[in-house]
Design a protein around this ligand. Sequence first.
Ligand code: R5P
Length: 286
Amino acid sequence: MIIGGPASQLLAGRVAAISGEELALCDYKKFPDGESYTQVITPLADDLTIIQSTPSDQDLVYLLQLLDACRDRKIALVIPYFGYARQDKIFKPGEPMTARAVAAAINPLLGKEGRVYLINIHAPSILSHFDVPAENLDATPLLAERIASLRLRDAVVISPDKGAVAMARTAASALGADCDYLQKTRLSGTEVSMAPKEIDVRERDVVIFDDMIATGGTMATAISLLRQQGARSVYLAAVHPVLTGSAVLKLCRSGVEAILATDTLDRAVSTVSVAPLIASALKRLR
Ligand code: R5P
């Protein structure tokens, strides 16, 4: 049985269709005071999969409610987009390590037989905060397959910072393209600066590859830089299209050719599905 949380309904439906599992009917709503309400209407199976991304605090509460409703069952938990993953360290005294706090809230609800699956988690150290085996699934090959279908000319794959270099390399080798990275310094939550490192992009199609696009600041800055350096076209590929506020406007104003992202979050640009990745991980488990 697949249980799709409110943030991952379409993806849960896709995983159920691929794996031939029953998709549970659920009810999600809010009480008049804003508190969340969850009910799994379909009778619960003993062995089930919960799929719920947590881009907001409310989605995290829905996830905790689902886990509690399924208590004492064997649960495979898939969190395609794990919110708070960038709060994986204590940067200043007095701060919490929020990614650890989120895992600590989930742990007691999972039971000993539980399993956790995350997708391209920002910091792999987060896996160690779970008490049960936790796996990081890699959606890079799925995005690379889509990029390959674009038939780009003299393509080069670029990571906007050192953090996404491994993903960019995987994509570049699948495409048989060159790979490089930029030097990013974060100035604030919305602004970054990039050193104008010379990359040979003149008259070439460029794909900037990152784990997520949040405010769009990183990608917009990278697009402007690469276009100034003579790139013919700049495509964006990201696993998690968080796309807060006016991110899409920023990217369009920078002159992006297209945004390719997965359905770890359900957005208009989520044209690459991670459902086959999740379905094959679940198949390995059962
Ligand atoms: C940071 O290290 C991440 O990999 C992304 O580059 C970053 O989170 C993107 O954020 P934004 O879109 O707000 O610049």
